[in-house]
Design a protein around this ligand. Structure first.
Ligand code: R1P
Ligand code: URA
Length: 289
């Protein structure tokens, strides 16, 4: 049965609703960034650019590096945006938009997030790079998708839920092992266990005028251990990317430039250079995928 126009929403030119992309606009390898302005910082390293599209915070450039076709897409901030980006990128690959029916052929994407993040541990300094092997999601998205709960590391999630005294149910999702090993072999990075938070201030233990509800949240996160793993960093998208990468069958890796260190109270004095280096290293590696 065809998806009705209220479920699979297309624009008058046939493009997918939020991203405003047609299937041919997208390369097999996609760099994902949060900040729409970061799209041009990535695509300026392309040799050619043949697609430039924008709708709201979703900016896309597609072009080539040598003979490799690549896209870069911005998501804006937060897991709710990731849900839209991943669902619509997947639709461009796995739904026949004209007939409005699923395709049978599997067409997985290589998806690589280049983001910024705060370190939780003193020994993971500002300006380093964390390649997230696993991520814990505090965003609640898992409650809305039909899936086998046992797949999302319920023991680890339950342990963190107890440590923080949360009412919401965390979930744990993993990077593509292939992309993680390949990147980690080539580029100097810290293997990460990333916490994805539904906010930047109290959910990350920041106290401006509103106090966080969880007492000593940073200390609790720093001390948290599970089977020898500790939490390395936090940000606002990685777990959702890993959840949807796994559910939809795409290869997904999240790379985070550390711009703040919450153990030492530092913020990077040169975040632009750190992000630029991560962009260059990532493109050099990804153009060989
Ligand atoms: C907060 O400032 C934003 O920065 C981080 C967080 O995940 C959040 O989106 O990532 P980006 O640099 O990719 O936006
Ligand atoms: N992004 C975050 O979400 N948190 C930080 O501390 C820095 C960047």
């Amino acid at each position: 049965m065809a998806f009705p126009s209220s479920e699979l929403i297309l624009n008058p030119d046939g493009s997918i609703y939020h991203l405003r992309l047609l299937p041919e606009d997208l390369a097999d390898t996609v760099i994902l960034v949060g900040d729409p302005d970061r799209v041009a910082l990535v695509s300026r390293h392309f040799d050619t650019i043949d697609v430039r599209k924008q709708h709201r915070e979703f900016v896309t450039h597609t072009g080539t590096i040598g003979r490799k076709r690549m896209s870069v897409v911005s998501s804006g901030i937060g897991s709710d945006n990731v849900e839209i980006v991943m669902t619509e990128l997947d639709a461009l690959r796995h739904i026949d938009l004209q007939q409005r029916v699923p395709r049978t052929e599997k067409r997985p994407l290589n998806l690589i997030r280049i983001g910024t993040s705060g370190s939780l541990q003193e020994d993971i300094p500002v300006d380093s790079v964390v390649a997230s092997r696993r991520a814990v999601g505090l965003d609640g998205l898992l409650d809305f998708y039909a899936t086998d709960e046992s797949r999302w590391q319920p023991d680890l999630a339950a342990s963190l839920k107890t440590t923080l005294g949360l009412r919401l149910q965390p979930y744990v999702a993993e990077a593509s092992p292939v992309l993680f090993e390949s990147f980690h072999d080539v580029v100097s990075s810290v293997p990460g266990f990333t916490l994805t938070c539904p906010g930047f201030y109290a959910p990350q233990g920041r106290h401006l005028r509103l106090a966080p509800k969880i007492d000593g949240v940073i200390g609790k996160l720093q001390a948290f251990r599970h089977e020898g793993w500790r939490l390395t960093n936090f940000e606002m998208e990685t777990a959702a990317y890993y959840l949807f990468g796994a559910l939809l069958g795409h290869e997904m890796l999240s790379l985070n430039a550390i711009v703040a260190n919450r153990a030492t109270g530092e913020f990077s004095t040169r975040p632009e250079q750190t992000i630029e280096k991560l962009i260059r290293d990532t493109l050099c590696w990804a153009s060989d995928l």
